[in-house]
Design a protein around this ligand. Structure first.
Ligand SMILES: [Zn+2]
Length: 92
């Protein structure tokens, strides 16, 4: 029986590898107490998460309390975001 040392170690699946590297980066995503959305500690953290979760997609970031949220940029959500911002300004 020939020894096949090279094929003894199975290569990790590409998807598995990707998931692990994302976890090691460890985005500080927490649930926002104000709106229950996933929030990030900083704009940069949200941006980094967006690049990995939605690669190639243009995302918008906005602050909510002490957290940052991301939203996809299309005509609908942009309009909603503006409305939301207006409400926030009125409130304070
Ligand atoms: Zn929020």
């Amino acid at each position: 029986m020939p020894k096949r040392s090279r094929s003894a170690k199975p290569k990790p699946a590409a998807g598995e590898n990707k998931a692990r590297s994302a976890q090691s980066i460890g985005w500080p995503a927490v649930t926002c107490p104000a709106c229950s959305k996933k929030g990030y500690a900083s704009r940069q953290a949200a941006k980094q998460a967006a690049v990995r979760i939605y690669p190639g997609k243009t995302m918008r970031f906005y602050q909510c309390g002490t957290l940052w949220h991301m939203t996809s940029v299309d005509s609908g959500t942009t309009a909603q975001y503006r409305e939301w911002q207006a409400v926030q300004e009125e409130d304070s």
